[in-house]
Design a protein around this ligand. Structure first.
Ligand code: DGY
Length: 321
């Protein structure tokens, strides 16, 4: 049986597939990310690494694994795998797996929560209530915290994969008109080839693309300027898809009405101007954060490692060996 290391504490029961398959499991119980050199050591000493999106599995880590002669698979407990150098994994014959399909609904719930809370200024209103400002001001006022209705508005989805489609289903229930942009024709109602057209037409824009070279700063200063000044931007995908400084500038200047953000360019650092931006709901990357979903993500990642170590081809394979 193999030796498997889990780089951070998983939800209870997360490693069950590894244990059931008889592997030796060594978990970093400290729940803080391993250093680069600790990751290299682990890659040298173990047959499988079960990693989190906070672990940077670059070519050095993978080369350490190849030089140790044991490492066969990196199983990422996330659907995104931009933290792993796929080219190096392919070159070195190390398999990579992820967790597709099990977090779509939970992440779509988070996007919907941000669409609603940003449009209706929930964070600003709650902050005033907690600080006592609302009570001191005399309480309810007819002109306070006036946001935009989501019913009857147009939601533009940038990316239309599993999570984007799950958001679309919810948005229809909230009375929104939904359009989407993908580079190739989905042949479905609401598709537009031109991202700028979608940005100009949408009251709310929600981003659902993976982070790749082609999507880094996809929403840059020029693209933000295409949006209506009454529009809301929501991002639950990856921080670097949006130019965070440009977004903060647009919010401060009133060129955008509001934003709901769950992911950041340099996590866990959040741009100070975004922290101070008005009408902004900021969450600490909790998109898939329900007990059931995070547990299923962990078991799915471990199932991927079990399959590769058994010489099988898991359905959640990103890079073959
Ligand atoms: C993912 O899976 O990629 C998310 O960002 C973490 O839930």
């Amino acid at each position: 049986m193999g030796r498997v290391t889990v780089t951070r504490l998983l939800p209870t029961g997360g490693t069950a597939p590894l244990i059931a398959a008889g592997h030796e499991v060594v978990t970093n119980d400290s729940d803080t990310a391993l250093s680069h050199s600790a990751l290299c050591d682990a890659a040298r000493e173990f047959d499988a690494l079960v990693t989190l999106l906070t672990d940077r599995i670059n070519s050095e880590v993978l080369e350490a694994g190849a030089s140790g002669g044991r490492l066969r698979v990196v199983s990422n407990v996330a659907v995104g795998y931009d933290n792993i150098d796929l080219a190096a994994a392919t070159r070195l014959g190390i398999a990579v797996t992820n967790t597709p399909g099990v977090l779509d609904e939970t992440t779509a719930d988070t996007a919907m929560m941000l669409i609603l809370s940003a449009s209706r200024l929930a964070s600003e209103a709650e902050a005033d209530l907690r600080s006592g400002a609302w009570t001191k001001s005399g309480g309810w006022g007819i002109n306070q915290y006036l946001g935009h209705d989501v019913h009857g508005s147009t939601l533009g989805l940038v990316g239309y994969g599993r999570i984007g489609r799950s958001v679309a289903r919810r948005a229809v229930g909230f009375g929104m008109n939904v359009i989407h942009h993908t580079p190739s024709d989905t042949r479905e109602a609401g598709w537009t080839e031109d991202l700028d057209v979608l940005l100009a037409a949408s009251d709310v824009v929600s981003i659902h693309v993976p982070l790749k070279d082609s999507t880094r700063h996809l929403i840059d200063r020029a693209r933000l300027a295409k949006m209506q000044s009454s529009a809301v931007l929501v991002n639950t995908s990856r921080g670097p898809v949006v130019d965070e400084e440009a977004l903060a500038d647009a919010l401060h200047a009133g060129e955008l009405f509001a934003a709901g953000i769950d992911v950041y360019e340099n996590e866990p650092i959040v741009h100070p101007r975004l922290l101070s931006a008005p009408r902004t709901v900021l969450l600490p990357h909790i998109g898939s954060g329900s007990i059931a979903t995070r547990t299923r993500m962990a078991t799915l990642a471990c199932e991927g490692a079990v399959a590769v170590l058994a010489g099988e081809r898991p359905h959640n394979l990103v890079v073959n060996r």
